[in-house]
Ligand binder design. Structure first.
Ligand code: NAD
Length: 301
């Protein structure tokens, strides 16, 4: 149904409709993240909270600094202090563990994240698991990942939570649907697959040893692409009932950010798609702050 240049793409026209680009629904992470920001800002003000998120960075990777700056900006918007703990490459695992311990003890710090990747000489698992699970804003400690496995209440990995919130906002059903996740990292692929199972989807995880991605996608309702390989998903992989969540962040030849999906050709064929940038990225940042807020409110209650 076309109406004033927009196309309705939902069964329930009375309560909801989508703005579409070309032929598909644009899942606008920037817009939804702003809605979350407004909600958090109001709740923080109403409750009179003064929250602080500590971000631990080791080294000077420009991409990491750019991601941290986005988190600082979001924190500023909603009235949460972001404390940037910046260490040189020469810091040892033990020294970093002591720093994390200090943040755990600090009653003025409500959330902690370690900006990944860490330099290879640092024991990543040890450092992440040193974070107090109640302050684990990224949801990546073993305690919170186990809760995700058990489908019990814990802190969700921020990217997975962001993907879920985006699908929920656009009323894209998950229960009973077939979800294909491409990528099996703990940070994104595995965690998102487990969250989708918890939401009653039937889930397939694909990775570098999957022989035929197109075949796996034939019957999929939703695909979450988190491989970090530009051009991995083309129009040949997709169909008109598919929702495409592109998590990938890659740098194109002209130095702009692009995802794992060839957006221009794929968006013409699918039901819905996230852009890169402006899709999952802003949702991850928003979810991080939702995690800090929720964990703190839980402690208060
Ligand atoms: P990773 O390198 O740890 O994992 C990539 C996974 O993709 C691996 O499990 C691998 O088996 C799989 N893979 C790689 N090439 C493949 C191929 N050709 N076919 C099928 N599977 C393949 O990366 P990660 O940390 O999971 O991140 C994935 C991507 O998501 C990266 O581009 C990263 O920058 C991005 N990312 C984005 C956000 C966000 O908020 N938007 C958050 C985290 C990561």
């Amino acid at each position: 149904v076309t109406c004033y240049g927009f196309i309705f793409k939902h069964y329930d026209f009375t309560t909801f409709w989508f703005i579409t680009i070309g032929m598909s629904v644009l899942l606008d992470g920037k817009k939804v993240a702003k809605i979350i920001a407004d909600r958090l800002q109001t709740a923080i003000k109403e409750k009179g909270l003064s929250l602080c998120l500590a971000i631990v960075q080791v080294g000077d990777r420009p991409e990491s600094t750019a991601f941290i700056n986005r988190k600082k900006k979001f924190g500023e918007q909603i009235g949460v202090e972001v404390r940037h703990m910046h260490y040189g490459e020469s810091i040892t695992t033990n020294e970093l563990l002591e720093e994390i311990n200090g943040l755990n003890q600090d009653a003025g710090v409500h959330g902690i994240i370690v900006q990944l990747p860490l330099p290879t000489h640092i024991n990543k698992e040890k450092v992440i698991n040193a974070i107090d699970p109640a302050k684990d804003a990224d949801g990546l400690t073993a305690v919170n990942l186990r809760k995700l496995m058990e489908n019990s209440k814990g802190v969700l990995p921020a990217t997975s939570r962001g993907i879920l919130s985006l699908l929920e906002y656009y009323k894209i059903p998950i229960e009973g649907k077939k979800v294909v996740v491409i990528g099996r990292s703990v940070l994104v692929g595995r965690s998102t697959a487990m969250l989708m199972v918890n939401k009653n989807a039937t889930v397939t995880i694909c990775h570098t040893h999957t022989p035929d991605l197109a075949k796996e996608l034939e019957l999929a309702d939703i695909v979450v692409v988190a491989a970090g390989k530009k051009g991995l998903i083309t129009s040949a992989h997709v169909h008109d009932k598919l929702t495409v969540i592109d998590v990938g962040i890659n740098v194109s030849e002209d130095r702009t950010l692009i995802g794992d999906v060839l957006f221009d050709e794929v968006q013409e064929k699918v039901f819905a798609i996230t852009p890169v940038p402006g899709g999952v990225g802003p949702m991850t940042v928003a979810s991080l702050f939702e995690n800090v807020f929720d964990a703190h409110v839980d402690i208060l209650s």
